[in-house]
Design a protein around this ligand. Structure first.
Ligand code: 5GP
Ligand code: MG
Length: 188
């Protein structure tokens, strides 16, 4: 159900229906940070940002983690091109720089949709022998799951829709918008 009270006008007639405001997002991110901190506080841990959609989620999350032995790394995956549907193929565009052997790895991902991206990443990560691997998603989108992946922590669970803002783009647009919005494209 779209909230008609909170509509932002995007480019080319797009309408952005705000689902989660910046304070709502921060509340969920802080709660996740507390859980992760109590779980990994005394252990070597590497938080891995999945570029580019998770960029703001990652930066807000890791700055609240109370894990002294925490390192940060980045991977790049690409599956969408300029479309709203996954292409069904995942390209690794950037791989880890750090050695994660014997560290707890926290993967920080924007959206788990079909699960293909995360399955691809986890399979490759397992080859790097981490002590553990925990998947944190901003949004767990469940309607189109085709690969079994365990989303250990999610800020929000939704069934379906296409979302932009807070790092999420549509054809590179709307990443910098502060809330999370469902995109309604204008008829062209
Ligand atoms: P997968 O289908 O492999 O689970 O998801 C692939 C990627 O598609 C996600 O990591 C995310 O970057 C992107 N994606 C999935 N759903 C959405 C969405 O609603 N909005 C945006 N902007 N990206 C999405
Ligand atoms: Mg992604």
């Amino acid at each position: 159900m779209l909230n008609a009270d909170r509509i932002v006008h995007g480019l080319d007639g797009d309408l952005l229906h705000e689902l989660y405001s910046p304070p709502e997002i921060q509340k969920r991110v802080s709660a996740m940070a507390r859980e992760l901190s109590s779980r990994f506080r005394g252990e070597p841990t590497v938080a891995v940002c999945v570029l580019r959609g998770a960029v703001f989620f990652f930066s807000d999350l890791v700055r609240q983690l109370q894990i002294p032995d925490l390192k940060l790394d980045f991977v790049g995956l690409s599956s969408y091109g300029a479309e709203q549907e996954s292409s069904g193929r995942v390209d690794v565009t950037r791989w880890l720089s750090l050695d994660v052997a014997d560290a707890n790895v926290i993967i920080v991902e924007d959206i788990v949709d079909t699960g293909l991206s995360m399955r691809t990443l986890m399979e490759r990560l397992n080859g790097a022998s981490p002590r553990s691997c925990t998947l944190c998603a901003l949004i767990d989108k469940t309607a189109h799951r085709t690969c079994k992946v365990d989303v250990d922590y999610a800020c929000f669970r939704v069934s379906d829709g296409f979302f932009v803002g807070y790092g999420l783009d549509f054809a590179q647009k709307y990443r910098h918008f502060p809330g999370i919005y469902e995109l309604e494209r204008s008829e062209q």
